[in-house]
Design a protein around this ligand. Structure first.
Ligand code: B3K
Ligand code: ZN
Length: 881
């Protein structure tokens, strides 16, 4: 474990390295307990750098065995070596030399899962962001690009498969039952993209012919006997490769593309050049073990990592402050891919739900930071929703502002101008300015200024003058370290909806720039006048969520219902209903706290059934529209003095009211939507299942009878329906025999399938109520639970912290105390995952005073612990600050 050094890295301190390393030859002699790595580096002093400049290489807990300079043992006064640093103080005069470093590693004892480690008997690596320095000393920074040749040697029987980046060049037998393979990657890359995988795995293989006719050998490696569950991932890979050619003109560039699925992984997946390493959760799927959400995630993540080959690998980041250069852009690309493969509107709604539930609370709390941050203590803590999801929204806004054609021209210019380089956000923005002739300087603030902008709008129609007056005001709330904010350029797509649901044409617009039905808000206030508006319209604004802002628009409820029924922008139909739900839920939770009963407008209770029955709408859209805001959504909208118990009660009351009002429709639809025929994971079938499972919740709510869910649980022919039924049982009928029996049956059936067992843990961890702390505690004693496996920890402990409002925020503070202790325990082995879990505390200041004080104490106790990892200390201290 690395202890906190307290050092802050600042963007303004960036300077290029004194030395370059254009070539790297690595040789691994693999052994779980004693692996030897020989790194032979070609080092070059950069032009203009002083001859006395030492070569300072990064290390992290390394054990140096030997060091050679130009083939000769380095003199003891020529270098200084410690676990975290190797300084060559006497560099050969010419400035160009070969440095050969031999280090000794113990992969089996690597519990942080960074660098080289062993997962289920398989050697694998994770180097992003700064894991390469746990393998050998190096200039471990993304702007040092090298051509790698890698030789791997291992025991033949236990480690038959030897993989690294690039193309295979040679392999053969050695004495003593050992063998070797050599890989060469011709594309210069930063060290964070290095990868090695070696072990005994099964595979499925396929070919892909690129647009220019080159044949690429594709393989997905998984544990033996799991090959059948990799077929969907392979299909998603081929679709991704074709899509990137068609939509972005990007072809794959090596002879092989390999994906390996491992079971112990700190995150989702990793885009190492030519050798993507995946958390097996995002590779393995079949109808019996994976839900539709799993299939959609696999498709998206396979695409995401593949797309990195151009946005991240061929063009990489100059420094880690530029992380969004590759992540925001690549998320945007995977969103577009999924939108093309599935329903665009439904995909957009899901994206916005994720943005609001993950990024908005981050942006509105103590961990807020700009999409391109200016400082960090631990870069691993900046793989955030802001960098990824808001980063994607920013790219999306560039497209909204420029239009599809100029956006594509900008992307083409980006690839042409920067291929093979390590660049910055400024370089990225510049290509769009150059390709379009637009000035994006105000827009670029989206990268540099933290906080979710707020837009307040009011509308007035003057029938006599046939004019619509729209007043818009923008504001950006203060965030840590940034109290004064500059004005943003906010592109708001809009329409004036007439009585028949069609957009009304209008005449001149004054007070704001309007282009292609987008309002460009740039000033603090715009007083906008639409002339020649023949009849009173209803304003539909921020269509498709064109800008990631919060919006308050004074609208009469009947106008919102009108938009929910008639807006031609489907996204805003969903949004209007969602806004109505949210308002009613906030109101109801206030009443409940004041000792009154929850009450809801009857039109709101009746509307869902009308919508559920509307055959003109896709099933998946109806499912999204019928899903009322989550407890966390409601809490976020309330913003302060939050009581999660009142919110839960309000939400249950709304669901019951809707269910009572729509019961007949829901029961009829539920029966008619049953899956018939063979399973297919396609979007239409998934949409049908999604709608049916929302209906199951409503029907269970109104009948109070667990048997409907029990029947679905037993009759289910796929994991989506089975897990949905179990969820209803575990959450709505907790403690009943029916639930106990279903949980036991599920556990028995899937006890040998860790990924499915994760769902079993997860569903239970989400059980609402104060008792769940004890349930989670007892599940940690389950023989299948292990603190060493990140998926397991996340599914039980992580889910409890991030998706159980009433359990985690238990009034007596026990949720926080239990959680904090568990995070501290995990921090000893895996700081990265521990720090990630600790972010569950980020909204503590918005709680009511009692809970707030309990949460503060739990945080303060963590902060007082000596020897916290740098990762965890960074999160805890920023959260408390
Ligand atoms: N680039 C990796 C994430 C690495 C996280 C390091 N802490 C996966 C991705 O975003 O594609
Ligand atoms: Zn990524």
């Amino acid at each position: 474990m690395r202890s906190d050094t307290g050092q802050v890295v600042r963007l303004e301190d960036y300077r290029p390295s004194d030395y370059l390393i254009p070539e790297v030859r690595l040789a691994f002699r693999l052994d779980p307990d004693e692996t030897y790595v020989t790194a032979n580096l070609t080092v070059e002093r950069r032009k203009g750098v002083s001859k006395n400049a030492p070569l300072v290489l990064d290390g992290d807990g390394l054990d140096l065995v030997t060091l050679h300079i130009d083939g000769k043992p380095a003199a003891s006064d020529a270098f200084e070596a410690g676990p975290d640093l190797l300084t060559v103080t006497k560099v050969p005069e010419t400035g160009r030399f070969e440095l050969t470093i031999e280090t000794r590693l113990a992969p089996s004892r690597n519990k942080a899962l960074m660098g080289l480690y062993v997962s289920n008997g398989v050697f694998c690596t994770q180097c992003e962001a700064e894991g390469f320095r746990r393998i050998t000393y190096f200039l471990d920074r993304p702007d040092v690009l090298a051509v790698y040749t890698v030789r791997i040697e291992a025991d033949r029987k236990s480690v038959p498969l030897l993989l690294s980046n690039g193309n295979p060049v040679e392999s053969g037998e050695l004495g003593d039952d050992r063998h070797y393979a050599v890989w060469h990657d011709p594309f210069p890359k930063p060290s964070y993209l290095f990868a090695l995988v070696a072990g005994d795995l099964g595979s499925i293989e396929d070919d892909f012919i690129t647009a220019s006719g080159r044949k690429v050998r594709l393989a997905i490696y998984v544990e033996h006997s799991k090959e059948g569950r990799a077929a969907y991932a392979m299909d998603a890979l081929k679709r991704s490769m074709r899509w990137d050619e068609e939509r972005f003109g990007r072809e794959y560039d090596l002879d092989v593309f390999n994906i390996v699925a491992v079971s112990d992984f700190n995150m989702g997946a990793m885009e190492n050049k030519g050798l993507n390493v995946f958390n097996d959760k995002y590779v393995l799927a079949d109808e019996d073990t994976a839900t539709d959400a799993d299939f959609a995630n696999i498709e998206a993540i396979i695409a995401h990592e593949y797309f990195h080959n151009w946005t991240g690998n061929r063009i990489t980041c100059r420094d880690w402050f530029q992380l969004c250069l590759k992540e925001g852009l690549t998320v945007f690309r995977d969103h577009e891919f999924s939108a093309d493969q599935r329903s665009r509107t439904v995909k957009r709604i899901a994206e916005v739900r994720t943005l609001r539930s993950h990024q908005f609370p981050e942006d509105q709390g103590p961990l807020a930071h700009p999409v391109r941050p200016g400082r960090y203590r631990e870069i691993n803590n900046f793989y955030t929703a802001t960098v990824y999801e808001k980063g994607s929204e920013v790219v999306r806004m560039i497209r909204t502002i420029l239009g599809e054609e100029k956006f594509r021209a900008g992307m083409d210019l980006y690839f042409e101008r920067h291929d093979g380089q390590a660049v910055t956000i400024e370089d990225f923005v510049k290509v769009f300015e150059d390709a379009s002739g637009s000035d994006l300087s105000q827009f670029a603030l989206w990268y540099h200024q933290a906080g979710t902008p707020h837009v307040a709008a009011t509308v007035r129609y003057d029938a006599a003058a046939k004019e619509l007056q729209l007043d818009i005001e923008q504001s950006v709330p203060p965030t840590p370290g940034e109290s004064r904010k500059k004005l943003m350029h906010i592109p708001l797509a809009f329409g004036l909806v007439g009585p028949d649901g069609e957009d009304i044409a209008y005449g001149e617009v004054e007070g704001v720039e309007v282009e292609n039905s987008v309002l460009h808000v740039r000033k603090r206030k715009h007083s906008v006048r639409f002339r020649g508006v023949p009849q009173r319209p209803v304003l539909s604004i921020n269509r498709g969520f064109s800008a990631p802002v919060t919006l308050s628009l004074e609208v009469r409820p009947e106008d919102r219902f009108f938009l929910a029924r008639h807006d031609s922008d489907l996204f805003n139909r969903w949004q209007s209903l969602n806004t109505l739900f949210t308002g009613a839920l906030i109101d109801a939770s206030r009443r409940l706290r004041g000792g009154k009963t929850a009450e809801f407008p009857s039109e709101l209770l009746a509307h869902p059934a009308e919508l559920a029955d509307d055959e003109t709408l896709e099933h998946a859209f109806r499912a999204q529209a019928l899903a009322v805001p989550t407890e966390a959504d409601i809490a976020r909208e309330i913003g302060s003095n939050i009581d999660p118990d009142a919110i839960l009660s309000a939400r249950l009351a709304l669901q019951e009211g809707i269910a009572a009002s729509g019961r007949e429709v829901f029961e009829r639809l539920y029966a008619s939507l049953e899956d018939k025929g063979p399973f297919s994971p396609d979007a239409a079938s998934a949409g049908r299942r999604a709608l049916r499972n929302v209906l199951l919740e409503y029907i269970s709510a109104v009948t109070g009878d667990p048997q409907i869910a029990v029947r679905q649980f037993h009759a289910a022919t796929n994991m989506t329906d089975r897990a949905a039924a179990l969820m209803v049982l575990a959450h709505r009928f907790a403690g009943t025999d029916a639930t106990g029996e279903a949980l036991a049956a599920f556990e028995k059936r899937y006890r040998d399938n860790p990924l499915v067992l994760d769902k079993w843990f997860q569903i239970q961890a989400m059980t609402p109520g104060a008792e769940t702390v004890d349930l989670v505690r007892s599940l940690m004693e389950h023989p299948a639970f292990s603190m060493a496996n990140p998926n397991r920890v996340r599914s039980l402990v992580g889910t409890f912290g991030s998706a159980n409002q009433t359990g985690f925020n238990r009034a007596d503070g026990e949720g926080y105390r239990f959680y904090a202790r568990t995070v501290l325990e995990l921090d000893k082995d895996n700081p990265q995952v521990a720090a990630r879990l600790a972010t569950a505390f980020r909204s503590w200041r918005s709680l009511e005073p009692g809970r707030r004080e309990h949460a503060r104490k739990a945080l303060a106790e963590m902060a007082a612990v000596k020897g916290l990892s740098r990762d965890l200390r960074d999160i805890v201290e920023r959260t408390l600050a």
